[in-house]
Each structure stands twice: as structure tokens, then as C-alpha cells.
Design a protein around this ligand. Structure first.
Ligand code: ATR
Length: 295
């Protein structure tokens, strides 16, 4: 409990960063389901670290209520919000403008309210790139294998395209793989498709990114990584389970393994920086996220 005086002092301190007393910026994430989202933990820890008068909430929004929810958030004065499954594509018609990243991904995970206009942006791809750059350089010399060609793979491939790395797409359904290759080429990137399964690609890869939903169900990956070079960077975009059977077997082959937690972190950091046009407190956000997962 706070006394009135404590509360008044608290609100004055908190209000410093955004000018007028009591002026608080509101942010949120909308999705369905949303209960397990870690975004509030990460962003609120960041506001606390910088003593910013801001808050971040999560709202469950069903697909049929999306349009009303967008209008509601705007009317309530939210400064911005994140968008997660299943709204990343269906929110597009409710927005006024899209950034180049959003157009390239064909999906929005971040909305900013700018002078009453709703700007759709995408930080999933750029967040993934930042997390990857903690472990490797990205340029045209790299051979990067992407397993899967769904929504997540598309976001990643389109964000990697400008780096000119050689993208090798492999998907169970080759038609979807071919479609993704076409999109990467259309945007000036380098990509080709290989047959889903073991092959020469294993020995040539500098980095393998697992984007399919197989590990979510804790299922075994359908083919072995035998033949991969030890030291290859192997990424699974899932972080629950923390180590998928795919990453486990990659580790057993001597590969360097990375899960998807930093992708979540950096998409949040990039959203923060898009909203507030200032550097996010990366380490405070990382610490809060890791603590919430008790790792
Ligand atoms: P997301 O947005 O998470 O990427 P998605 O768009 O439904 O979800 O895509 C799921 C991806 O996982 C696809 O690449 C899918 O392959 P198909 O295009 O052949 O469906 C892949 N996937 C899911 N379950 C799979 C399985 N058991 N074996 C191989 N690939 C699987």
C-alpha cells in the first residue's frame, strides 16, 4: 500500500520522462491465446530500469474482435502495441501505413500510433537477425539453411535477404518452399531450394535454422543431422522446450546451438526502439525474460 504522498511523489518521478505530470504511455500485446506472453515482463522491466512512465499489458483478442480492439486501443490513447498469432496478417487492413519491413514480411508485429495514424511495422525478422549476429557474421559468403517455409520461415528469410547470404530453403511441401524462394529472389536476395531430407547441404551449411512447428509438440525431428560439420551454428526458433530434440541432437554432433529466446528479446527491443526512438535497456529486458523462464 502507498500513502497519498508516496503516490504523488511516485507519479512525479515516473512522469519525468514524458513531460506533463500524470502522462503515462501505454503499450500492449494482442493475440489469441495471450496468457503465456512474456512481452509484458520484458517491457515493464525495461520501463522500470529507465524509470519511464509507461506500462505494457496483454489483451486476449479473438479474430472477430480485431477491428474493434484496434479502434479501442487507439481511442484509449495507447502509444503502440505488439501483435501476435493469429493477427499478424489480418491486422493489415486496419492500419494506415506500413513500413518497408512490414511490406517485405507481409505481416505486422508492431503498431505505432503516430499523430493519430496507425503505422504497421515488423520487428520479428530484424529481431532474429540481431540475435543471429550475436553468433555469426552475415554476408554473401554464408550458406544458411532454413528448414520450413511457413510464416516464421518467411519472416526470417525476408530479413536475411538484404545480407546476400545464400539461403537454402527446405520444406516438406516443396510448392511452399518454391514460393518462398521466389519471394526472396524478388526482393534481391539469394535463395534456392533443396529436397527435404538429408543431403549434401548438411556438410555445406554454416548455419541451420529450424523454423517448423515440429519441436513445439516435442516430436522427434524426421531426419538425422549426421554429416553436419562440428561447430555449425544450429538454431531452433522455439524456446519451450528450452532445448528441442533437434537442438539436442545438433549439440551431440558438436554443433553450436541457439534457441529462440533472443529472437523474442530482440523483436521486443526493436519494437521499443521503434516506439520510443531511443535505445532500449537490452540487458534489463534480457534479465527479466530469462528470470521469468527461470533459466
Ligand atoms: P509458422 O507460422 O509457425 O511458421 P506455419 O505457417 O503453419 O507456422 O508453418 C509451419 C511449418 O512447419 C511449415 O513449413 C510446415 O511444413 P509444410 O509447409 O509442409 O506444412 C512445417 N511442418 C509442420 N509440421 C511438420 C512435420 N511434421 N514435418 C515437416 N514439416 C512440418
Amino acid at each position: 500500500m502507498m500513502t497519498i504522498t508516496e503516490w504523488e511523489n511516485h507519479s512525479v518521478v515516473l512522469s519525468k520522462s514524458f513531460g506533463g505530470v500524470g502522462l503515462v504511455k501505454h503499450f500492449a500485446v494482442i493475440g489469441d491465446p495471450i496468457a503465456h506472453s512474456l512481452s509484458p515482463v520484458m517491457h515493464n522491466a525495461g520501463y522500470k530500469a529507465l524509470n519511464l512512465a509507461a506500462d505494457y499489458q496483454k489483451f486476449q483478442v479473438s479474430p472477430e474482435d480485431l477491428g474493434e480492439a484496434v479502434l479501442g486501443l487507439k481511442a484509449l490513447g495507447f502509444s503502440g502495441w505488439n501483435v501476435t498469432v493469429p493477427h499478424k496478417e489480418t491486422i493489415l487492413p486496419f492500419l494506415d501505413e506500413l513500413t518497408e519491413e512490414a511490406v517485405r514480411a507481409g505481416a505486422v508485429n508492431t503498431v505505432k500510433v503516430d499523430k493519430g495514424r496507425l503505422i504497421g511495422h515488423n520487428t520479428d525478422g530484424s529481431g532474429f537477425v540481431r540475435s543471429l549476429q550475436e553468433h555469426m557474421e552475415l554476408d554473401e559468403r554464408q550458406q544458411i539453411v532454413i528448414l520450413g517455409a511457413g510464416g516464421a520461415a518467411k519472416g526470417i528469410a525476408m530479413a536475411l535477404a538484404p545480407f546476400q547470404a545464400q539461403l537454402c530453403i527446405m520444406n516438406r511441401t516443396p510448392e511452399r518452399g518454391a514460393e518462398l524462394v521466389g519471394k526472396v529472389l524478388e526482393w534481391g536476395g539469394q535463395a534456392h531450394q533443396e529436397e527435404w531430407g538429408r543431403g549434401a547441404w548438411l556438410a555445406q551449411a554454416d548455419c541451420v535454422i529450424q523454423t517448423t512447428s515440429i519441436g513445439l509438440k516435442k516430436e522427434e525431428y524426421p531426419f538425422s543431422l549426421e554429416g553436419i560439420r562440428p561447430g555449425t551454428l544450429v538454431v531452433d526458433i522455439i524456446f519451450n522446450p528450452w532445448e528441442t530434440p533437434f537442438l539436442h541432437s545438433a549439440k551431440a554432433m558438436g554443433c553450436k546451438t541457439v534457441n529462440g529466446i533472443d529472437m523474442l528479446l530482440y523483436q521486443g527491443v526493436n519494437a521499443w526502439e521503434f516506439w520510443l526512438e531511443d535505445k532500449a535497456p537490452l540487458e534489463s529486458m534480457r534479465k527479466a525474460l530469462y528470470q521469468a523462464l527461470a533459466v
